[in-house]
Design a binder for this molecule. Structure first.
Ligand code: PBG
Ligand code: ZN
Length: 327
């Protein structure tokens, strides 16, 4: 039997490792990574998170060491989530200058001044009902929450944070934050907006990690509907117009199309959050020996980069840094 003329043979460029290296379109570097840290005011020793093998809540006393390890791995940034000792209906611990995140930020900057310290800015870890703001009946009151968010971010800025990252999906949150920061002498502090955040089942393990599960209902009244794509562009544009310096898409894996669409539509650096449930799935399958953890993690990260991510928030960051640094 005769074959057609094969003039074009893509396999020619896949023949050797060197050729593959030369034509590779996307790369992953430790520079792309941001490592999430959970700081718990109620503990004195690290406390493993069952649904996130390899991740622990840490006490304030361990923050300096943790951040130095991140810096030694070459990872440029960390993002803090705080678990306060005291919760109330409005989440007032969030704007206490002596609160857990404020003290963690100071400890981190003392231990490693060059590490970029980001503060996740929301209220679900601070409210006794677990919703991302002040309640009015069973709904989160948008504008009342914005006023508290202004107090929270100014307090974080006073503690020395490098980037504010609001995750509550309140309307007008970027404008409110920008005004508050500028009015208080922090016009140099950038805002990384969780602009495109979906009401996702993939946040499950995080809610154990941060003790932030809503006590009733869910977050569909403020986070986005997973069915929507055009709305992602709308959310991204609103936040850029309000002054967001960087955007985030979250979660990552089930939203690769959204990452690509937001990248195409905008011109600011974009982060992707490889969330707790995505981490848990890989860890669980790897523990069972069903997948090769290193290979699957690196492939997943490359997927985020290929889709358009400039930065990746991931619980795999320390492992990735080890793998990349040893190659
Ligand atoms: C809080 C917040 C959440 C995550 C980051 N910030 C949880 C939520 O919205 O319920 C999720 C992170 C993860 O799952 O890894 N607003
Ligand atoms: Zn929240």
């Amino acid at each position: 039997m005769s074959l057609p003329d094969l003039t074009i043979r893509p396999r020619r460029l896949r023949r050797t490792p060197t050729l593959r290296r030369m034509v590779r379109e996307t790369s992953l570097s430790v520079d792309d990574l941001i490592y999430p840290l959970f700081v718990d005011e109620t503990i004195s020793e690290p406390k493993p998170i069952a649904s996130m093998p390899g991740v622990s809540r840490i006490p304030l006393s361990h923050v300096g060491k943790a951040v130095r390890e991140v810096a030694a791995a070459g990872i440029p940034g960390v993002i803090f989530f705080g678990i306060p000792a005291k919760k109330d209906a409005i989440g007032s611990e969030a704007w206490n200058d002596e609160g857990i995140v404020q003290r963690a930020v100071r400890a981190a900057k003392d231990a490693s001044p060059d590490t970029c310290v980001i503060a996740d800015s929301c209220f679900c870890e601070y409210t006794d009902h677990g919703h991302c703001g002040v309640l009015h009946g069973e709904e989160v009151d948008n504008d009342a929450t914005l006023e508290n968010l202004q107090k929270e971010v100014v307090s974080y800025a006073r503690s020395g944070v490098d980037i504010i990252a609001p995750s509550g999906m309140m309307d007008g949150m970027i404008g409110a934050i920008r005004t508050a920061l500028d009015d208080n002498g922090f016009s140099h502090i950038p805002v990384m907006s969780y602009a495109v955040k979906y009401a996702s089942g993939y946040f499950g393990p995080f809610r154990d990690a941060a003790d932030s599960a809503p006590s009733f209902g869910d977050r569909s009244g403020y986070q986005m509907d997973p069915a929507n794509r055009r709305e992602a562009i709308k959310e991204a544009m609103i936040d850029i117009n309000e002054g967001a310096d960087m955007l985030m898409v979250k979660p990552g894996l089930a939203y690769m199309d959204i990452i690509a669409a937001v990248k195409e539509a905008t011109d600011v650096p974009m982060a992707v959050y490889n969330v707790s449930g995505e981490y848990a799935m890989i860890k669980a399958a790897a523990e069972k020996g069903w997948i090769d953890e290193r290979r699957v993690v690196l492939e997943t990260m490359l997927g985020f980069k290929r889709a358009g991510a400039d930065m990746i928030l991931t619980y795999h960051a320390m492992d990735i840094a080890r793998w990349l640094n040893n190659d």
